[in-house]
Design a protein around this ligand. Structure first.
Ligand code: S3P
Length: 426
């Protein structure tokens, strides 16, 4: 599928589907709780559907009705006769691996070609230290996990990854004793917040997160907050095209709001109103308004707090006055595609002055973008970032492989048009 995007002003008020990271965790915690969990505002993107499918294949009764999921679980999984398919979703595979390591049977789990290229040693190593036995294709999926009762570990993480941290914390529920994770940089803490909200005690001290094995979550009802990483596309578009955009009921967990802080540093107006809490997660109505942009620097410790928004930040930097530095982001090379290569190649093709470095970008702006044909590299965030680039370019931008967007946000085209975007699908 191709998208053709023409210049326009992006403006308005949107209510976006629930946060993908929170939705994966809610389905998984609901699946190991005994009783009925109801999740509202579940995003309809393929990634979250992959988690629901894997859990169903493990015998968990899940009823999906539009954006509602009801999980009526006995808290037990049953061996699946065929390999589980996590699709394109790293969060599904890595988090579920932690729970599977605690099950007294063997499960294989795999995914699409992109997921099968991504590194899995980062979860294999700690789970094997805990006593699980895991076969892999040279450190990549498919993984065949033989689980059982686990040993607790204290694990100092070699990479900053919320998926790895969450995998170990989930496995820690099945370990006899106290499991601790030490992060090199703070990453998104949705797992910790949801554990606390469902009655699982954890202790955070001296940079480590510790929990006692044997605990299980209580069943719960939750309406997932709007996904800030989805809102970010529309915020960036408003800033770049002279508009103003409000996202209602949007998650503003401080381990996710690095993008809003970067926008402020660049000179955009950011206003957070009506802050409230849903299951330990801060939620607010967030408005971002355009202004003239200046360059910014992202420090390595900030990278996990705006990780998925870096393609958008690179785009914003192309239109900001001065030289922007985004460094310490080598992890982007291991996402749905090599996002450092893909972002710099595609923005260069549209006229940007962006230099790829090993761990990020150096961007000199402003450089007007022109029309052209670019590709999504099969990556949902690339497809949508390039559509935003099209709204600020001087000519028509064609994005090949645009169907990738449905992994996280199948409604992108409709919402983009509602906000004034000019996009034809073909
Ligand atoms: C996620 C963590 C991040 C992020 C991904 C979702 C999560 O990956 O990029 O989209 O839900 O835990 P890392 O594991 O690299 O932090």
């Amino acid at each position: 599928m191709k998208w053709h995007v023409q210049p326009s002003t992006i403006d308005g008020t949107v209510t976006l589907p629930g946060d993908k990271s929170i939705a994966h965790r809610a389905l998984m915690l609901g699946s190991i709780a005994v009783g009925k969990t109801v999740i509202e505002n579940l995003p309809e993107g393929e990634d979250v559907q992959s988690t629901a499918r894997c859990l169903r294949d493990l015998g968990v009764p899940i009823v999906l009705q539009g954006t509602q999921a009801a999980v009526d679980s006995t808290g037990r999984y049953f061996a699946s006769s065929s390999p589980l398919d996590a699709g394109n979703s790293g969060t599904t595979l890595r988090l579920l691996a932690g729970i599977l390591a605690g099950q007294p049977f063997t499960t294989s789990i795999t995914g699409d070609a992109s997921l099968r290229r991504r590194p899995m040693r980062r979860v294999i190593e700690p789970l094997e230290l805990m006593g699980a036995s895991i076969r892999s294709a040279g450190g990549r999926a498919p993984l065949t996990i033989s689980g059982g009762s686990l040993r607790p570990i204290r694990y100092v993480m070699p990479v900053a990854s919320a998926q790895v941290k969450s995998c170990i914390l989930l496995a820690g529920l099945y370990a006899g004793g106290s499991t601790a994770v030490v992060e090199c940089f703070r990453t998104r803490d949705h797992t910790e917040r949801m554990f606390a909200a469902t009655g699982i005690e954890l202790v955070e001290e001296d940079g480590s997160i510790r929990l006692e094995g044997g605990q299980r979550p209580r069943p719960f009802d939750v309406a997932a907050p709007g996904d800030l990483s989805t809102a970010a596309f529309f915020f960036a578009a408003a800033v770049l095209t002279g508009g103003s955009l409000t996202a209602m009921s949007c998650g503003v967990n401080p381990t996710r709001t690095g993008f809003l802080r970067a926008l402020e540093e660049m000179g955009a107006g950011v206003h957070v109103a009506e802050e409230r809490e849903i299951m330990g997660e801060p939620v607010a109505d967030v408005t971002v308004a355009s202004d003239s942009l200046s360059a910014m620097t992202v420090q390595p410790s900030e990278v996990p707090l705006l990780l998925d928004e870096i393609p958008l930040l690179a785009l914003l930097a192309t239109q900001a006055r001065g030289v922007s530095f985004i460094r310490g982001a080598r992890e982007l090379r291991f996402k749905e595609c090599d996002r450092i290569r893909a972002v710099s190649d595609s923005l260069t093709a549209l006229g940007a002055n962006i230099q790829e470095v090993d761990d990020g970008f150096v961007v000199t702006g402003p450089a007007p973008l022109h029309g052209g044909t670019v590709t999504s590299y099969g990556d949902h965030r690339l497809a949508m970032m390039l559509a935003i680039a099209g709204s600020v370019a001087t000519g028509k931008v064609t994005i090949e492989g645009a169907e990738a967007a449905s992994v996280s946000f199948p409604q992108f085209v409709d919402v983009f048009r509602e906000c004034g975007g000019v996009l034809y699908v073909h």
